[in-house]
Write a protein that binds this ligand. Structure first.
Ligand SMILES: NC(=O)c1ccc[n+]([C@@H]2O[C@H](COP(=O)([O-])OP(=O)(O)OC[C@H]3O[C@@H](n4cnc5c(N)ncnc54)[C@H](O)[C@@H]3O)[C@@H](O)[C@H]2O)c1
Ligand SMILES: [Zn+2]
Length: 362
């Protein structure tokens, strides 16, 4: 079992990583001083496999547990489900000493976390991420949100969890494609912050793909450490935190235009390939490093080229309307080496040219 502390002055919290960590849920909550009632807000897809274990750990530790099921899928990250959670919290009699526990992927963490951030002007919550993406990314950093018809994550709050329990055994029931999509974010951490970690991902590919516990503990732990450090230095996203968006400018645009075809991590993979190309064209990144990034993504079964062209105008439109875009100028995270990135302004035409290279056979 590995424990990582997210360094936030006065609000540090632990991420507990290991197979079977879910058994620690109830005892850890009790140790944090929670008493009485717990709302277990669970993604129906995750609950089918892991809901009973979560509930058992809570009840055995003496918590009066109310399980609340939310249908799986991004469509549940909406105002209607948020309202249903508030009503369920009231019906369950949650008070300020109660905790909300979210069980599932990034969808439930964002929705349940936002419900906790707003109920009674904010009650504590604990995350039990059960997708790789949620374990290495969504559960770290304290961003919670719901989507609006006008766009993703448009309403939300910063609300740090009191504890994160990343039970590696829960990943065994995750569809293979979801697992691989999460690996794109893991590879991202290597590119933006840690060349040695990137090298280990190259040499331990098979163990990582087979979900060997040693490899998994290392890659989830290192990813959380990198994200925790970035978030610790820039909790409210005024500067450094932007580097976490590596591969996301073009990636998000692809996701917006073709979201039924690709998972988020697959779009990030494509976005990283395009960002690598852009950096090489600028003379910022050595061709050999760009090739290593592309080869690693491919080796992990992630897409590195578009199988079908998407309309360039729609991609440009999506890039310019990204909520992180400042007035017509794109801020791009570009690698100068594996392990080091810079945030630089990029004219939209240059970004579009980099995007277009995703259609070229290489
Ligand atoms: N807050 C943040 O900082 C942050 C960061 C990245 C992403 N996100 C958000 O995360 C969401 C995406 O998260 P995701 O990729 O985890 O998707 P998800 O939460 O939608 O889960 C993906 C699928 O996996 C299923 N599932 C979850 N755990 C399972 C398990 N152990 N076994 C079998 N099936 C399981 C779910 O039912 C769902 O069908 C998006 O809404 C995104 O905006 C938030
Ligand atoms: Zn992402």
């Amino acid at each position: 079992m590995r424990e990582i502390v997210v360094p936030l002055a006065g609000r540090e919290y632990s991420i507990l990583i290991g197979p079977g960590a879910l058994r620690e849920l109830g005892p850890r909550l009790a140790a944090l001083g929670f008493r009485g009632r717990v709302a277990l807000v669970q993604d129906a897809g995750a609950a089918r496999h892991h809901g009973a274990a979560a509930a058992a750990s809570l009840t055995q530790a003496g918590f009066q547990t109310t399980a609340i099921d939310v249908p799986a899928g991004e469509a549940s990250k909406c105002l209607a489900q948020l309202g249903a959670l508030w009503d369920a919290f009231a019906a369950a009699g949650l008070d300020r000493r109660s905790a909300v526990v979210t069980l599932g992927g990034g969808m439930i963490g964002d929705l349940g976390g936002f419900a906790a951030a707003t109920y009674l002007r904010g009650i504590d919550f604990v995350q039990v991420p059960t997708t790789l993406l949620a374990q290495v990314d969504a559960s770290v950093g304290g961003k919670t949100a719901i989507d609006l018809p006008a766009g993703k994550n448009l309403v939300g709050a910063f609300h740090q969890p009191r504890l994160v329990i990343a039970d590696l055994a829960t990943l065994r029931t995750l569809p293979e494609r979801e697992y691989r999509a999460g690996l794109a974010e893991v590879i991202k951490y290597g590119v933006i912050a840690d060349a040695a970690f990137f090298g280990d991902l190259e040499s331990h590919r098979e163990a990582a793909l087979r979900q060997e516990i040693g490899a998994l503990t290392y890659l989830v732990g290192s990813s959380c450490e990198i994200k925790a450090q970035v978030v610790g230095e820039d909790e409210r996203e005024s500067g450094l935190r932007a580097i976490l968006n590596y591969g996301h400018t073009i990636g998000h645009a692809i996701e917006t235009v073709a979201h039924f075809r690709y998972l988020h991590g697959e779009c990030v993979s494509l976005g990283m390939v395009a960002a690598g190309r852009l950096a090489v064209t600028r003379g910022l990144l050595a061709e050999s490093h760009e090739q290593r990034i592309r080869a690693l993504l491919a080796a992990y079964g992630l897409p590195t080229a578009l199988d079908e062209p998407l309309p360039a105008e729609a991609i440009l439109e999506a890039m310019l309307h990204d909520k992180k875009t400042r007035s017509g100028e794109l801020n791009f995270v570009l690698a100068s080496h594996i392990g080091e990135v810079q945030v630089l302004p990029v004219p939209p035409e240059e970004a579009l040219a980099a995007y277009a290279t995703l259609h070229e056979p290489r």
